[in-house]
Each structure stands twice: as structure tokens, then as C-alpha cells.
Design a protein around this ligand. Structure first.
Ligand SMILES: [Zn+2]
Length: 141
């Protein structure tokens, strides 16, 4: 199984799944602590089948795990897509010329994307929805 690192927004801890286990108690903690240059115990948690570290360690964690094991799969959540009323009320025929950050996915749909966060912007109401997660692979450098 491929080691999978899941990155979430809003200060959530980064999750490591499918870490190879050599059968020795605590070795998973040791591998992750080593990967983030942990300065003390307690920086690596384990919950729900995943090792968890503070988000600030993510870049070093992914680099070190990829170098050690050869390959890490990353699932990166975060960010939002915005869409304005002028977009979703536009003609569906002009989707290719959409200048909204929804990039045309919601163009001419007649309804907001996600939830309304502002009623009166320059292009009408503003709605936001979570952006799709980005998945990619990192290999040994
Ligand atoms: Zn839009």
C-alpha cells in the first residue's frame, strides 16, 4: 500500500496513513518523529488509523517519507471556489468566457455555488464552496 499523506485546511493536523510497519512497537512513531525532526515526545499523535502531526511539519514530512520509502501519495484539501451572482445568472452559452473563479463550472446554472457569504458585491451576491481536493504523488528526490 502506498503511504498517503492527507493535508487539511483550517489548522487541522496532517495525517499519515499506510505507513509500513516493521512489527516493533512504537516504530511508526519513531519514523514520523524522525521525519519531522521532532524535538520532544508528543508531537506525533495516532488516531483513527493515522499518525497526526502539526500542519507546519507537512513539507518536511512529505519530503522525508518520499526519500525514505520512495513514494508518497498526497491528498491536499483546502481553499474555496467562489462564484458571483453575475456568473450563475449569465447565459449558459457563454461559459467559455467565464471570468469567475468557478471557472465556468457554475456558469449560467441559475443558482449559487455552495453558500452565500455576501449579498451585495460588485457582481451581485458572492457564494463559496470547498475546492476539490488535489491529489498528486511525490517521489524520492
Ligand atoms: Zn462562477
Amino acid at each position: 500500500m502506498t503511504i498517503t499523506v492527507t493535508i487539511r485546511p483550517n489548522g487541522a493536523r496532517t495525517e499519515v496513513r499506510n505507513l509500513p510497519w516493521d512489527g516493533r512497537p512504537g516504530s511508526g512513531y519513531a519514523i514520523i518523529e524522525d521525519a519531522i525532526d521532532a524535538s520532544r515526545r508528543g508531537q506525533v499523535l495516532y488516531s483513527g488509523g493515522a499518525f497526526l502531526v502539526a500542519r507546519g511539519h507537512t513539507a518536511l514530512l512529505v519530503r522525508r517519507l518520499a526519500d525514505r520509502f520512495g513514494h508518497v501519495h498526497v491528498i491536499q484539501h483546502g481553499g474555496t471556489t467562489q462564484c458571483v451572482e453575475a456568473c450563475w445568472n449569465a447565459s449558459p452559452d457563454t461559459g467559455l468566457t467565464c471570468e469567475c473563479s468557478c471557472a465556468g463550472t457554475n456558469h449560467g446554472s441559475g443558482h449559487q455555488l455552495g453558500r452565500i457569504v455576501s449579498e451585495s458585491g460588485p457582481a451581485g451576491a458572492l457564494s463559496v464552496a470547498p475546492a476539490a481536493a488535489r491529489e498528486y504523488d511525490v517521489y524520492r528526490s
